[in-house]
Design a protein around this ligand. Structure first.
Ligand code: PLP
Length: 389
């Protein structure tokens, strides 16, 4: 089976698994316990805190361990929502764990910051709006989970800093695929282990020193009173191990080569399937996107779920959008924000690779997709076979 749904979740890295197994035996204690076994677990957990802070460029005390990005988003927004005068601005393409939470908690105090047709946040619009009023915070993700479009978060950070408005950056899809350095300068940063080779159910929240955080769940005073509940030490250590492995890979040239395999796949499919196109690309492909992600609008066919099912039978696991939105009939809010019609958005298929995906996997996917297209599409929508190189 060729797995092309890594933006939904990615298998645990061998190194992370080893760390997890070792840690289960090495650190059986509760990190809050006062005895030496507890202390050992606490020290290992704090070493991981230091390591993550070093990668992001922030202070270890600013890192709070959570169960993942959904909890991290909810925690930040809940803290802001306690102030009834706080107005929330979130980019129009945030993951539902940010978008839905903002809409639920802030109701009429919530606004969207638009994106351009390319899928990138409209910086000019943000600059103008920040010149007029001051929201309680801006939330803008680092890279989009559906399109892979990279967001100009360093520029957003500067605009917010000048306007003295805190920035909440959901870096869930960015981490492990692009370098973490510099993210720590955002007031709030959100990450999740299972998107970069760590275990599921573990993540973090970076909170700038001095910012008060209201614990989402009540109980113990773990994480300096910012998140109740016993920390999952083996999962935290395994998450860190996977991020460190990915950061090492990021030091090499692998991203460019992998983006090239993805671009070749897109070029071949778009050339062959009349009416198909790349979302967030620069023309037919390229664009400022994560190297692993391809979102294609397929030619007209009954339903994209048929593509997913047929591709699955052919040995390819792909997605019809974000994991949370797939299966729902509503068109993607991300594609709507990029001015795609509901009809076009209903034809979107997402292919997302990881570091271990090879050029041969992308070539096999292209053949698999074209094979399914033969089944699903009338002959007229297929052009002559793409050139093999
Ligand atoms: N943010 C983004 C950008 C995501 O892609 C996802 C998962 O798809 C989440 C948040 C939610 O992550 P988690 O599964 O850790 O709650």
């Amino acid at each position: 089976m060729h797995y092309f749904d890594h933006n939904a979740t990615t298998p645990m890295l061998r190194e992370a698994r080893e760390t997890w197994l070792e840690a289960v035996d090495l650190f059986p204690g509760n990190p809050s316990s006062l005895h030496r076994i507890g202390d050992r677990a606490e020290r290992a957990m704090n070493d991981a805190r230091e390591e993550l802070a070093g990668l992001l460029g922030c202070q270890p005390g600013e890192i709070v361990w959570t169960s993942g990005a959904t909890e991290s988003c909810n925690t930040v927004l809940r803290s802001f929502a306690d102030d009834p005068t706080c107005v929330a601005w979130t980019s129009a393409i945030e993951h539902p764990c940010m978008d839905l939470t903002a809409r639920t908690l802030f109701k009429r105090r919530h606004r969207h910051v638009p994106v351009r047709e390319s899928g990138s946040l409209d910086l000019e619009r943000l600059r103008t709006e920040l010149g007029r009023r001051r929201p309680g915070f801006v939330a803008a993700m680092a890279a989009n989970n559906e399109t892979g479009v990279k967001q100009p978060w360093p520029e957003i950070r500067e605009l917010c800093r000048d306007a003295k408005v805190p920035l909440v950056c959901d870096a869930t899809q960015w981490l492990g695929k692009e370098p973490a350095a510099g993210l720590g300068e955002c007031e709030f940063v959100i990450g999740s282990g299972h998107k970069f080779g760590g275990p599921r159910g573990v993540g973090f929240l970076k909170v700038a020193e001095g910012r008060k955080l209201a614990s989402l769940i009540h109980g113990g005073s773990q994480e300096d009173g910012r998140r109740a509940g016993t920390e999952n030490v083996p999962a935290i250590l395994a998450m860190l191990r996977s991020l460190v492995v990915r950061e090492k890979q990021l030091a090499g040239d692998g991203r460019k080569e992998r983006a090239g395999w993805r671009d070749e796949f897109e070029r071949a499919v778009v050339a062959k399937l009349k009416g198909s196109r790349v979302v967030g690309g620069d023309g037919d492909c390229g664009g400022d996107r994560l190297w692993n992600t391809s979102l294609l609008i397929m030619p007209e066919a009954d339903c994209r779920q048929r593509w997913v099912v047929k591709l699955d039978k052919a040995g390819f696991a792909v997605s019809s959008g974000s994991a949370c939105a797939s299966g729902r009939e509503e068109p993607s809010h991300v594609l709507r924000a990029m001015d795609l019609s509901p009809e076009e958005s209903a034809r979107a298929l997402r292919f997302s690779a990881n570091w271990e995906s090879t050029e041969a996997d992308w070539l096999a996917l292209r053949e698999g997709l074209l094979g399914v297209a033969k089944d699903l599409l009338p002959d007229g929508q297929l052009s002559a076979a793409p050139k093999r190189d």
